[in-house]
Structure formats: structure tokens, C-alpha cells
Design a protein around this ligand. Structure first.
Ligand code: SF4
Length: 421
């Protein structure tokens, strides 16, 4: 590869790594007309699809020049970093070359704002259009929308991209004003609304006309930075919940703030809040797939998730009166709330118990994590426990097993979490 392109790639792939909103799950673009690639069933860059396959996307910025100066961003205009910019044709060529060599299965393309929003967005759209139309590329394409880009360009982007994402980054308008004063919430939410309307419209038209064009068939996503501003987990999860409801988002991604440059407006931390990010992901998962409301997980009195136990266990320990749950008779929704039982195990339990009364061996075979679930269940009215435990005892037994102490890494993360809180 030309050394000039290699240099650009080094800079622009490195700058893109802070954006985590690049899952491709849900794409179903078929290979037609002997084209190149097929997006069906793909997943996140260097990560795993729901069916367990590891796939990769070329994840780059078109440019890391930016006219904005968001305090949390490595690409901001006042940051002293090496800058580079690809041309449209260079990104197209890279994608095709990497695809042909089997390095990637798709493209995740974002950008700093070069000159102005429309100028940048128009170039992102041209990359996707060229790939689809000139190269008949059917691999996965995820385009980031540029804040302030015109509605026409967003609509055009959705004709070529599988997924579009609009990054909110900061959970409140107040934080946005402090840390990214050139952005505003209205400018961010408007394209989200446009994408939602276009997706619905395209689906309606598809029902009437088979040949109607698709629009961002893998939907839209966003990213929130955790720990860059003062919002608590309650505020973050409330916002996510609202975004899922109002804009039909496929995913909200959470990115623990990485201190990339010194700025007096940013918190002083030595490592990203990994545990907090992880707990918020778990809570998000519980809201989407386990029927939990935000208020059940965090509220005004207890606005942050507990760092040392997952939110489902924390909820169960706060609501001991609901347990034990008799797995041979309980509703599916209640079984889902038992720590150690996931969606698949709960489904297996409900379907298997129609044929036989379940015992603990059955549960083990179904994948139930009994060392966790045993404190919260009975089977045929029997418990696995020889004695009763209170919430604190259960918590300690699950956390530390037979007197084991937390690892050094966990202790370090918990300390950082507590200092930040
Ligand atoms: S607009 Fe985007 S790329 Fe530019 S500084 Fe802000 S977050 Fe970074």
C-alpha cells in the first residue's frame, strides 16, 4: 500500500477508535446482481454477532480535522495532534481492497467536521453511494451523521447505509453547553427524528411495492460518554429509555470517558470508568430484554448503580420479599428476574415444565447459573439451601464465594468509581 495512504490510515483509524457505536447486528442486505459482499447477520468491528461469529469492519474517520472544539474529543480543533484527510475515492478503494483480501466485512465511517457539516456529510454519502452503485458493494455500511447536516443529506445517506448513528455524547443540554458549546440538543435530535420517520416510511412502502428502496435497514444507534460530565446513572438510563421509545433506536452505546487531552473542564481521572460503563450496559440490557423499568434499577434516592454487583442481583437483594420463585409454576416474566437465569434459560424452563416437573439437575442442564440462582428459587417447593441467608450474606457469598477476596483490578476500579461518585 502507498505509504501516504498507510500514514493516513494510521492516524484516522486511531482517531476512530473512541467511537463505540458500530454494531452492525440487524443488517440484512442481500448480495444481488453478482455484487460484492453480503451484510446479512454481521456484527460489531472485531467483535461478535448474536450468533457468535467474529466479524470486522474497517473503522475510520474520513478526516480528523474538525472546526468544533468538544472538550472530551481527541479530534477537537485545539488539540495538538497530527491531522489527515482521506478523499472519497481513497476510502472507497481501501474498503474494496480490504474486502477483497478478506480483512473486513464492512465499513464504519465517521468524521470530524471539515469546513462545515454539509460539506462533510456530503462526502460520507458519496463514499457509500460509490460503493453501492459503482462497485455493487453489498457489505455492511455504517455512516455517522454529522451534527447540523441537512435533512436531504441524511435522507440520502439512509439509501446507501445499513445503519446510521447520531452521537449524543453528553446526557444533558447543560453538559453539552459546557463541554461542546458548538452543539445543541435540537440539532442532534432532529436527524434522529428524520431517520426514524424515513425508516417507518420505507417499511410501509416496502409492504406495498417490493421494489421500494430500503432506508437504513439496520436502524439507528447513538453513543453516550459516561463519566465526562456530572450526570448520574439515573439520568443516563432515563435518557436511554426515552431514546429507545421516541426514536426506535436499535442500540445506545456507552463509552467510559477516556482522558485524551488536558482541559480544565474535564474531570481528572487516571483510567476510564470501565466498571461503571459495564453496569450501565447491564442495566440497559435489563430494560430492553428483561422488562425492568429505569425506576426499578435506579431512582432519585439511589441514583447510581452499585459498582460491585450487577443491577439484576442488586434489584433482587432489595426485593427479597418476591423470592423464592417456584420455577415450576412462576410466570415467565418473574423467572426472568431471578439472578443467574437468562432469557434462553427462562424460555427453556417455561417450555420444558409443560412436560415434566423440573428439578435442579434439569436447571443445570438448561444453563441456569445455580450458584447464583439457588438463593432465589425453589423447585418442586425444595430449596438447595440448608439455611436462610439475609441480603448481605447472599451478596458476600456471591461476590467472594468461600471467603475469596476481590481481585486487585476489581479493587482498583471500585476505588476509582467511589472517588468519582
Ligand atoms: S464535532 Fe465530533 S469530531 Fe469534532 S470535536 Fe466534536 S466530537 Fe470531536
Amino acid at each position: 500500500m502507498d505509504s501516504r495512504i498507510t500514514d493516513k490510515l494510521t492516524i484516522l483509524a486511531d482517531a476512530a477508535k473512541y467511537d463505540v457505536s458500530c454494531s452492525s447486528s440487524g443488517g440484512k442486505r442481500k448480495n444481488e446482481n453478482k455484487g460484492l459482499g453480503n451484510a446479512e447477520g454481521m456484527g460489531i468491528c472485531h467483535s461478535y454477532t448474536e450468533d457468535g461469529r467474529c466479524v470486522s469492519l474497517l473503522k475510520i474517520l474520513l478526516t480528523n480535522y474538525c472546526i468544533y472544539d468538544c472538550a472530551y474529543c481527541v479530534t477537537r480543533r485545539s488539540n495538538d495532534v497530527k491531522r489527515a484527510a482521506f478523499t472519497v475515492q481513497e476510502v472507497v478503494d481501501l474498503t474494496i481492497n480490504f474486502y477483497r483480501r478478506n480483512y473486513i466485512e464492512g465499513l464504519f465511517l465517521s468524521s470530524g467536521i471539515f469546513k462545515n457539516s454539509d460539506y462533510t456529510m456530503e462526502r460520507l454519502v458519496r463514499v457509500a453511494k460509490k460503493l453501492r452503485q459503482e462497485h455493487k458493494f453489498n457489505g455492511y455500511i455504517h455512516l455517522k451523521t454529522i451534527p447540523g447536516a441537512s435533512e436531504e443529506l441524511i435522507k440520502e445517506a439512509g439509501l446507501y447505509a445499513d445503519r446510521l448513528s447520531v452521537n449524543i455524547e453528553l446526557p444533558t443540554e447543560r453538559s453539552l453547553q459546557q463541554l461542546a458549546p458548538e452543539k445543541n440538543y435540537a440539532e442532534i435530535l432532529l436527524p434522529m427524528d428524520t431517520i426514524k420517520q424515513q425508516v417507518v416510511q420505507a417499511m410501509e412502502e416496502k409492504k406495498l411495492f417490493k421494489s421500494a428502496p430500503v432506508f437504513a435497514p439496520a436502524g439507528q444507534s447513538t453513543q453516550l460518554i459516561v463519566g465526562a460530565s456530572a450526570e448520574n446513572d439515573h439520568q443516563i438510563l432515563q435518557l436511554s429509555n426515552q431514546l429507545y421509545q421516541d426514536y426506535n433506536l436499535k442500540r445506545v452505546y456507552y463509552s467510559g470517558y477516556v482522558p485524551v487531552s488536558s482541559d480544565s473542564r474535564m474531570p481528572i481521572i487516571t483510567a476510564p470508568p470501565i466498571i461503571r460503563e459495564n453496569r450501565i450496559y447491564q442495566a440497559d440490557w435489563l430494560m430492553r430484554f428483561y422488562g425492568f423499568s429505569v425506576q426499578e434499577l435506579v431512582d432519585e434516592q439511589q441514583p447510581n448503580l452499585e459498582p460491585d454487583i450487577d443491577p439484576k442481583l442488586a434489584w433482587a437483594l432489595r426485593n427479597r420479599f418476591i423470592f423464592p420463585v417456584e420455577l415450576n409454576t412462576a410466570d415467565y416474566e418473574l423467572i426472568l428476574r431471578v439472578p443467574g437465569i437468562g432469557v434462553k434459560s427462562a424460555q427453556k424452563i417455561v417450555s420444558a415444565r409443560r412436560f415434566a416437573q423440573l428439578n435442579f439437575d434439569h436447571l443445570r442442564q438448561m444453563g441456569v447459573v445455580l450458584k447464583r440462582a439457588k438463593y432465589f428459587i425453589t423447585c418442586q417447593t425444595k430449596s438447595m439451601l440448608r439455611q436462610e441467608f439475609d441480603s448481605l450474606q447472599i451478596r458476600n457469598k456471591i461476590l467472594f464465594g468461600d471467603g475469596a477476596k476481590p481481585s486487585a483490578l476489581l479493587r482498583q476500579q471500585l476505588d476509582l468509581f467511589r472517588q468519582a461518585g
